[in-house]
Design a protein around this ligand. Structure first.
Ligand SMILES: [Zn+2]
Length: 579
């Protein structure tokens, strides 16, 4: 296949990122970054914050450059809100609001030491499955270790200039509702709004206070408080002595900022400080980041004027929506996280969704019937890749989905159509022996010999059926024939059933049964089996199929008939159709 990577958005950003990195830091690894606030479940919208730089980083690696993809865990952010619907969490978590996320207890029953670690772990597991390589940086560790000491003291010395930069936006900012990078993430999806509420430093005050402007906020030193409801009341540039008072508990103290670590820069200063500190070349952010007063825009001025750095290339990314997440699986506050998607689709499919759309295009991740069409589309793309007929951009997206610079992602050896696998496990309720029998009969010339050949796609389809398809939409094959219905059938329909049953064994494969069920109404109409369908014939086929569904599964519709017949088995088909 021709190399086609010049044509997609990932490749274009990779060009820019390499050029910028060579200009700014020749010979050094290329640095791209993502910022994640583990304030609650990290949902599929937030995954775009990681996947966008990941895909660019991966392209840069493919071209032979060394890349660091930083994931900045903003776990030293304040706990803002108790998200709804989290198992093991009740209102009592409200008492921790204002503490760093790493000082809040994990949900009851968690294996992790604190709130931030609990929600980070869920994402980390999915990132491994998705093939995302990154350097994780805990901001709690960095701040508590004093890593940013010089930058903090520098920001405090230049607080007047920072205040002036922020001041240019404060009034406009108010009018615009003061969007910040993390506020934008909240808008990702109606359904996601609730859980994202807790997200990070949104709406955080920018350091302005009655006692003057300070870009630094300590967490209260009173044991049993530890909150950030503190106000800096004095600071001495010479001695670095800082005095604060806690609004929550009344505690006050004077510390030396040259040796004090229990606090952080306010978000609008923290973010550009880290761009400069890490030399970030590429970092995307949520929609509308370019509005006046947003953290990205203000950060661009602060990094240049205060920290002598350069703003990264920073595309905005649009919403990621969800279609049809079943209520019954909303065990995490109703907001699907990457692990939920990876239970019903393979990792390359999920990567493909992020790779094929430009960051500024929104898209939806299907948890409903739409996932079957998505898989059909994917299989069609794979066929085009195999025969060399894929468009260059489609081929590039496929390549980004199926492998990284480091490795090929696991694939299903025999990728049978997802919708068929879903139908089969729907009917067999996952019984392995029966599932293997049916799948082996699909293609008698090259039968499946083990379910492992159909995995992991088979497992994903089974998870989809059991977690997302409501009970009333599941297929239940009749145990006994519907005698009443059989006796009420007209002679024409009885003849159709006789024709079907007479040829059943000779057509016992997916292709054979497809020919048979469409062919019986043709034969009855006096047409050749390969006759072109007329409107009358189509109507006859439809009513024949409806009778078959009623007799087999007591409904007017169901899985595709050839699949259904194979799944039910020849003997039971004969019994239920009155043969
Ligand atoms: Zn306090």
């Amino acid at each position: 296949m021709a190399q086609s990577t010049e044509t997609d958005w990932v490749s274009r950003f990779a060009d820019d990122v390499i050029a910028e990195s060579e200009r700014r830091a020749p010979g050094k690894p290329v640095v791209v970054a993502s910022g994640i606030s583990p304030s609650g479940p990290i949902h599929l919208g937030n995954l775009r914050e990681v996947m966008t730089p990941h895909l660019v980083a991966d392209e840069v690696r493919r071209r032979g450059y060394e890349v660091r993809h930083l994931i900045s865990w903003d776990d030293f952010d304040r706990y803002r809100k108790v998200p709804a619907g989290i198992p093991g969490v009740d209102e009592s978590w409200g008492e921790h609001i204002g503490k760093p996320l790493t000082s809040v207890p994990a949900p009851a029953g968690s294996a992790y030491p604190n709130w931030a670690e609990h929600f980070k772990a869920q994402l980390i597991e999915s990132l491994v499955e998705l093939g995302v390589e990154y350097d994780g940086i805990s901001q709690t560790e960095k701040y508590l270790a004093g890593t940013y000491r010089e930058q903090i003291l520098h920001a405090m010395r230049h607080r007047g200039e920072i205040d002036a930069i922020l001041g240019r936006y404060r009034t406009k900012d108010k009018a615009a509702g003061g969007p910040s990078k993390k506020t934008q993430q909240k808008k990702v999806d109606e359904a996601e709004l609730e859980a994202a509420e807790g997200s990070g430093a949104a709406d955080e005050d920018d350091g302005a206070g009655s006692a003057g402007y300070y870009p630094y906020k300590p967490y209260c030193g009173n044991e049993g408080c530890g909150k950030d409801l503190t106000t800096v009341t004095a600071y001495d540039d010479e001695t670095t002595e800082l005095t604060y008072v806690c609004q929550a508990c009344g505690f006050d103290e004077t510390v030396r900022l040259s040796e004090f670590n229990r606090g952080k820069l306010v978000w609008k200063v923290d973010w550009p400080m880290r761009w400069a500190y890490e030399g970030v070349i590429f970092e995307p952010s949520g929609v509308d980041h370019s509005s006046p007063g947003s953290s990205f825009v203000v950060g661009g001025q602060i990094v240049r004027e205060i920290f002598d750095g350069v703003q990264p290339i920073g595309p905005m990314y649009a919403f990621v929506g969800i279609s049809g997440m079943a209520k019954m699986s909303s065990s995490k506050g109703g907001v699907p996280i990457p692990a939920d998607a990876l239970r019903i689709m393979e990792a390359p499919l999920l990567r493909w969704l992020y790779a094929r759309r430009r960051p500024n295009q929104s898209f939806k991740i299907a948890f409903d019937q739409e996932i079957q069409r998505l898989y059909d589309e994917w299989d069609a793309l794979e066929r085009k890749i195999a025969d060399g007929s894929a468009q260059a951009a489609d081929a590039a997206a496929h390549s980004r989905a199926t492998r990284t610079a480091a490795r090929e992602l696991p694939r299903t050896p025999r990728p049978l159509p997802y919708r068929m696998l879903a139908s089969v496990v729907d009917i067999t309720a996952g019984a392995e022996e029966q599932t293997l029998r049916i799948l082996a009969e699909l293609d008698p010339a090259d039968p499946l010999t083990s379910l492992d050949e159909a995995r992991p796609r088979l497992d994903r389809a089974e998870n989809w059926i059991t977690s997302q398809v409501p009970a009333e939409a599941r297929t239940v094959v009749r145990a006994e024939p519907d005698r009443e219905l059989l006796e009420s059938l007209d002679e024409q329909t009885r003849e159709a059933l006789r024709l079907l049953l007479a040829d059943l064994d000779a057509h016992w494969s997916l292709d054979g049964l497809t020919t048979l069920v469409y062919g019986v109404p043709k034969v009855l109409a006096g047409l050749e089996p390969d006759a072109k369908p007329t409107p009358e014939l189509k109507a006859a086929q439809r009513s024949f199929f409806a009778v078959l569904y009623r007799l087999l599964v007591t409904r007017d519709t169901g899985p595709r008939l050839p699949t259904l017949l194979l799944a039910v088995g020849a003997d039971r088909v004969r019994t239920l159709l009155g043969g």
